[in-house]
Design a protein around this ligand. Structure first.
Ligand SMILES: *Cc1c(COP(=O)(O)O)cnc(C)c1O
Length: 872
């Protein structure tokens, strides 16, 4: 890899700035990588190295929560205690003396009892928020020094000075500050003299105008690195992150999207602004002003070229990227009065301003003006829109068109490309284009279409642009490997169990398909990972995900209890495990009939009630019982609206405001509430939700008084897409530990289903027919939505491979469909299976162990799939 050189090196331009995010700095292995990279830059390039770091993953959120809770001294203390504990534990993991952070932790503790806390003063908040980076950089410096590196610690506030902007208020000056670093030889010399050639500093913080601490806003740490780059006139700024760089389209939507290995500042700025999330647009500007190259690198894939952003590249004209922004609202305004009415535009925009709305795109004709509102710049609620429309109706006829998506082509020399876009126009001609806008800087062309069309149009559009030459993908200096290729390389690194045991899996398929196959060692591995989290007292497996007897036995042997939602599940469970102690079983039904509760009480398992109805309808059945109470915390989460089980729209749980009435009924019946339960949804990726859930339940539990257990449900997400981010179990454990710190007297129970078994299962199918109709190729399989409902029901994505031809090259895209008489019977769209795929080949649908067989059905009177386990 040739690193980019600074356009104008001088003998003081000898710093390289490296930036690392929260995930890297929260692990010992991350710090080993940082140390090795510092050393390598110093040895191989002879440069001095400044490393800029974020806080440990999750810490800034925890600090923000402390700020939000400022008036509640107990909550502040609990939050701080948890952070002290986390950093001491991390010091232990790094093998660093806890003494190295003692003073810093004392400062944090001091902020907790600071008199400014009560009012939540902005300067106090800034100091609190700054502690995350101060702590991570201090620990990191101590670790690197212990490894024998001569590393100096820099206080970023000594070098980055916040500058007030004209339209900033007190809040944004303190907590969303900006700097205007000027590279001057004097500052550089002063910085060089201030410490050794290897240095570590904090992202996110700067010196406020009053000399206190200020916080940089969104994208804070990347921006800090860019500021330091500019200040030092650095050779370059390297942003080390967890994605390979910027792409020619969102790889999730367009697997053929290419890594962009070189962009100029303006293009990168445009791509970042129109949708790519890799880099905050704000951090490009300082580097561009100072002509310092930016280099985005992937910590997990260091051999990829990354994305270089600089001004020295010979510009290659052409489309570099397509992006799409969803949730766009169009407001179309027709003049009522005269043609070319004087002052019409000003009348109209006056009203947008009055409602605090900033307009993105504008299209106008003699009698019509149409503008777009981007939800990322605006709070576009129905109320705001209604008020705006009422107001606009005084001067024009208004029509709101929503939801729309803005599809933007970004690249240099857009005007000279128009003749190549014929195919693109034709593509859009079939759809509805509401607005087209070309920027005056010749860098972008935007189409606004109905939101539902945008996702489907992106892959086709990307392919058309490449074919027509409008996107010059053969320019290897600009276009790197495709996301598909990068993933194939990743997949080659860590094969799935069914790849390692392919022959055996094919042999099982030969016994007959459709067939589910479950790999028990994978179930065991997941079970042990979960059991290793110290914050959790008891684990229950939600067996509706997959009640196969071998899986139940495996998890029982790993010490798990079980979560049942019906009398049928209870019966099945005790039939498979007759000796199971009832205390290891939870029963959490929803709108179940009376006899199911009776059955559960008789068996002696833990019963959860989730509304007042059972108490009212069957008082004698419930009198004097011990029960758990399921609460609806008022919000849901998950991979699809159909799996969100909290919030007003969901049928589950007692609303918090109904608690007093419920407790009155509890007293009347002499019931005892021994636990509180919540399960807000399935496929939740963000571990912070469980902390929120725990805190909500614990606060209610304090009011009830008899509660011993808090059960935060299941819902842990799974990365179905091998390129998706795996569920961060470490962060989940940390979030729960964090939550518990405030309420150590409650036991914590969890009840995951999906996460334990999804990856362990595969669905094996046989190809029946391959057919092409009107240009769409389809590969038929001997089962579809009857065997696996998830794609049809939730638009879920499952990886599908041709196991018989696993090592053959990918072919043209095809839809993989089942034999059921329903248009929705599609297991996967646009999958690139080998072109030779033919009748009798074995297809494998991966990650099908959860909610696969348990939801299979006999629709069209097709047989249920067979089931098989595998234990090697
Ligand atoms: C389904 C369910 C679970 C498990 O959900 P997963 O998303 O599979 O982890 C846990 N608790 C209850 C009450 C459930 O209904």
């Amino acid at each position: 890899m040739n690193p980019p050189a600074n356009a104008a090196p001088d003998n003081l331009a000898d710093w390289t700035v490296l930036k690392f995010g929260g995930t890297s700095v929260a692990r010992r292995a991350g710090w080993e990588t940082i140390g090795a990279l510092m050393q390598r830059r110093a040895d191989e390039e002879g440069t001095k190295v400044l490393v800029v770091v974020s806080a440990l993953a999750g810490v800034t959120n925890a600090l923000q929560a402390i700020c939000d809770a400022h008036a509640d001294a107990d909550a502040v203390r609990a939050g701080i205690d948890a952070l002290v504990h986390r950093h001491e534990a991390f010091a232990d993991e790094l093998g660093v003396e806890r003494g190295a952070v003692r003073d810093r932790l004392a400062e944090l503790i001091g902020l907790g009892v600071d008199p400014r806390a009560a009012s939540g003063a902005l300067d106090w908040q800034a100091e609190v928020l700054a502690q995350g980076e101060l702590l991570s950089s201090t620990l990191g410096a101590a670790f690197l020094q212990a490894q024998g590196l001569d590393v100096g610690w820099v206080d970023s506030r000594d070098w980055l000075q916040a500058q007030a902007l004209p339209n900033q208020n007190g809040w944004s000056r303190r907590l969303s500050a900006s700097c205007l670093p000027q590279a001057d030889a004097l500052t550089r010399a002063r910085f060089a003299d201030a410490g050794p050639a290897l240095r570590i500093a904090q992202g996110f913080i700067a010196r406020g105008e009053d000399g206190g601490t200020a916080i940089l806003g969104r994208g804070g740490s990347d921006t800090s690195a860019a500021y330091f780059g500019a200040l030092l006139g650095a050779r370059r700024v390297e942003i080390w992150t967890d994605v390979p760089g910027m792409f020619s389209a969102n790889p999730r939507a367009v697997p053929d999207a290419r890594l962009l290995s070189r962009l100029d500042y303006e293009e990168a700025q445009e791509i970042a602004t129109t949708g790519a999330k890799v880099l905050h647009p704000r951090c490009i500007h300082p580097c561009r002003e100072a002509r310092v190259p930016l280099w985005i690198r992937d910590t997990a894939r260091p051999d990829l070229p990354g994305t270089v952003i600089d001004g020295g590249a010979a510009t290659v004209p052409g489309v570099k990227a397509i992006s799409s922004r969803r949730g766009i609202v169009l407001v179309s305004m027709e003049t009522i009065g005269m043609w070319q009415q004087v002052g019409f535009l000003s009348d109209v925009f006056e009203r947008f301003k009055a409602h605090g709305l900033s307009v993105d795109l504008i299209g106008s004709s003699e009698t019509n003006v149409t503008v777009s509102l981007d939800p990322s710049d605006n709070l576009v609620s129905t109320n705001v829109l209604d008020a705006l429309c009422a107001d606009l109706a005084q001067v024009c006829r208004v029509k709101v068109i929503a939801p729309c998506a803005a599809v933007t082509l970004v690249g240099r020399g857009m005007r000279s490309l128009l003749h190549r876009l014929g195919e693109v126009w034709a593509q859009f001609g079939r759809e509805r284009v509401h607005l087209i806008s070309q920027s005056s800087n010749d860098l972008n062309l935007t189409f606004v279409v109905d939101e539902a069309l945008a996702d489907d149009v992106l892959p086709t559009l990307h392919a058309l642009l490449a074919q027509s030459g409008a996107m010059p993908v053969h320019e290897t200096a600009v276009f790197g490997p495709s996301w598909r290729r990068i993933c194939a390389a990743d997949a080659a690194r860590t094969p799935a169990w069914w790849e390692t045991c392919r022959d055996e899996v094919l042999a099982r398929a030969a016994r007959g398909t459709p067939r589910y196959l479950y790999h028990l060692p994978t179930v065991r591995e997941r079970a042990r990972e979960l059991a290793a989290l110290p914050a959790i007292d008891r684990r229950f497996y939600a067996l509706k995900a997959n009640p196969h007897p071998a899986i139940l036995r495996t998890l029982e042997a790993e010490g798990f209890g079980f979560e049942c939602v019906s009398a049928g599940e209870l019966e099945h469970l005790f039939a498979v495990l007759p000796a199971l102690a009832p205390a290891r079983v939870l029963f959490t039904p929803s709108f179940a009939p009376r006899d199911e509760y009776e059955d559960a009480f008789e068996r002696g398992v833990h019963v959860t009630v989730d509304s007042l109805a059972p108490l009212r309808q069957w008082p004698e059945l419930l009198r004097g019982r011990r029960v758990l109470l399921r609460i609806d915390p008022g919000f849901g989460e998950g991979h699809h609206e159909k799996v969100r089980t909290g919030g007003r729209e969901a049928k589950f749980g007692l609303a918090e405001d109904a608690l007093p009435e419920f407790l009155a009924a509890v007293r009347e019946l002499g019931l005892r509430i021994t636990g509180l339960h919540a399960h807000i949804g399935s496929g939740v990726q963000d571990p912070r939700h469980w902390r929120t859930v725990f805190a909500r339940l614990a606060a209610l539990a304090d009011r009830i008084g008899t509660v011993e257990v808090i059960d935060v449900g299941g819902g842990l997400g799974v990365a179905y897409d091998p390129d998706g981010e795996a569920f961060d179990l470490g962060a989940y454990g940390a979030a729960l530990a964090d939550a518990r710190a405030g309420w150590p007297h409650y036991s914590l129970w969890v009840e995951p289903g999906r996460w334990l078994v999804a990856e362990a299962g595969a669905l094996l199918l046989s190809v029946t027919q391959v057919a092409t109709k009107s240009g769409v190729r389809r590969i038929g399989a001997d089962a579809g939505m009857n065997a696996l409902m998830r794609p049809a029901l939730y638009s879920a994505w499952h990886r599908i491979v041709n196991l018989s031809r696993l090592h053959e090259a990918e072919g043209a895209p095809a839809d993989v469909v089942g034999p059921v008489c329903e248009t929705g019977d599609v297991l996967g769209r646009r999958r690139c299976l080998p072109d030779a795929t033919a009748e009798g080949d074995v297809l494998l649908v991966a990650h099908a162990g959860a909610y696969g067989m348990s939801m299979a059905n006999r629709y069209n009177l097709r047989d249920l799939p067979a089931e098989d386990v595998f234990d090697v």
